[in-house]
Design a protein around this ligand. Structure first.
Ligand code: PLP
Length: 471
């Protein structure tokens, strides 16, 4: 007689006919979503509207998979703006390849634990291959390595914790209770200040050049203005390779010179712009990046991977590991299973992790690196053409030549309220999502192009809608 009566194994852990039906529905949904060109732009809704439209979703008996999928597809998904729509040009959009999206489904189904080599060797090996490609683009040495984390915010924090670790380690205890200090460009992303808050460290910002970039002379005078006490507290110089607001690259060579002279860490934040290392037409802007101690780039921004993914690289991964490895009775077994285990958890502020670098790896393996270079170049070409259109249009004024793939411009005669009203109307009509930004104190328009499917005709339609009479 069986000790476990039939039917006791919860239905949710058994594979039967209903699983097959649900699998087919889910895969069909995923493929249909990918096939839409473009997907509906959609728009946000209030929690109250969603509650009314969705009805109760968490119930004692469950809705069943098909019904839950219906609620998602009909109610919830349309309340999420399609970041991969070719006219989503706000913030930094995202345009994953079909191969990367499909493989994300496999990563979920395989449920790999990506934290330790013992459990995730194959996945971590593949992630490291993708990291190697990025390290080679940057010109980092063969021993460079790191890990994929959730985003630039996590990448910057983890890199800066490693920088501080090295500074304290070198001081042999003298700075264990000293509050650290970092120097960053005025155009640095908000996550750098956030990392400083989390680390209880100080940030000194270098006055920006006219394009918002950190120049060598300004960095030098900021360093000169530090007193001896502050200089002793300096543990990192943070340079930005592609500012989020306007897409300019700091003078990385001067930053590397200064870091070398002072024996301090150089971190390069390329969360948005680092992808352009793959594009020959702008590669020279990044000179000096090969001397960085750490570098990040978000494949979920301009390297065509789905959310979420940030590649974090260290010149000397031993520092990252020393700063981040967690020790406990139940973890130490992980550290001696293999001659050279690459425990991905050890290189950032995390432990359990999804092997989130795999969608990028699969897509790179599928298409080859040249396809990536070409796709980035396509977006750069569209950006340059956009700048020309804005130049030619009587109602718009280009505020600077784009360095990477961000264009900022003025609509002559518009007030901040005009910009907002136009932006809201474009979104409400499902045409485009372009939000205003601020440049040198003035509200202006900003377009960020990372989607190879964004065409210049698409952009022309936006510029037309800004014309006199429209508002
Ligand atoms: C977007 C961005 C970040 C933050 O990245 P998340 O992935 O959103 O956390 C950091 N730095 C720069 C330069 C960015 O553009």
């Amino acid at each position: 007689m069986s000790v476990i009566p039939a039917g006791t194994l919860a239905a949710m852990h058994s594979h039967d006919q209903s699983t097959e039906v649900l699998a087919e529905a889910i895969v069909r949904y995923a493929v249909e979503r990918m096939r839409m060109d473009p997907p509906p732009l959609d728009h946000s809704m209030s929690a109250e509207e969603l509650r009314r439209a969705a009805g109760p979703t968490i119930t004692a008996g469950g809705l069943g998979g098909l019904e839950a999928l219906r609620v998602f597809g009909e109610v919830l998904a349309p309340a999420c703006i399609s970041v991969d729509h070719p006219l989503f040009l706000s913030f930094v959009p995202n345009a994953p390849t079909e191969a990367s999206i499909l493989f994300d489904l496999v990563v979920g189904a395989s449920n790999v634990y990506g934290g330790s080599w013992m459990e995730g060797a194959g996945a971590i090996f593949a992630e490291n291959e993708a990291l190697r490609w990025i390290a080679d683009l940057a010109g980092l040495p063969p021993e460079a390595g790191g890990v994929f984390v959730s985003g630039g915010t996590a990448g910057n924090l983890s890199a800066l914790i490693a920088a501080r670790w090295r500074w304290r380690h070198r001081a042999e205890g003298a700075h264990d209770r000293t509050r650290g200090l970092m120097i960053a460009s005025a155009g640095a992303h908000s996550s750098v200040a956030q990392a400083a808050r989390a680390m209880d460290a100080d940030v000194v910002l270098v006055t920006a050049g006219d394009r918002g970039e950190m120049r060598g002379d300004a960095l030098r005078s900021t360093l000169d203005s530090l007193d001896a006490g502050d200089r002793a507290r300096l543990f990192a110089i943070v340079a930005t390779a592609g500012t989020t607001n306007v897409g300019v690259v700091d003078d990385l060579r001067s930053a590397a010179d200064a870091a070398e002279e002072l024996g301090t860490w150089l971190h390069v934040d390329g969360a948005y712009g680092g992808a352009a290392l793959a594009a020959a037409s702008v590669r020279d802007r990044f000179e000096g990046i090969e001397r960085a101690d750490s570098f990040i780039v978000d494949p979920h921004k301009w390297l065509f991977a789905p959310f979420d993914s940030c590649a974090l690289l260290y010149r000397d991964p031993n520092v990252g590991r020393a700063a981040h490895t967690q020790h406990a009775e139940y973890l130490d077994v992980l550290h001696d299973v293999h001659d050279e285990p690459w425990n991905a958890s050890d290189y950032a502020h995390h432990l359990s992790r999804r092997a989130r670098g795999l969608p990028l790896w699969f897509s790179l393996a599928t298409h080859g690196t040249e396809a990536y270079s070409e796709a980035v170049e396509i977006t750069l070409t569209t950006t340059r053409e956009t700048a020309r259109l804005i130049d030619q249009c009587a109602d718009t004024e280009l505020l600077m030549e784009p360095e990477l793939s961000i264009v900022i411009f003025r609509r002559v005669g518009w007030t901040p309220a005009d910009y907002q009203a136009w932006s809201d109307a474009e979104l409400a009509a499902g045409r485009a999502f372009v939000v205003p930004t601020t440049w040198q104190g003035e509200v202006v328009l900003r377009i960020c192009i990372v989607n190879p499917r964004t065409t210049i005709d698409d952009i022309a339609s936006i510029i037309d809608s800004l014309g006199s009479g429209a508002s």
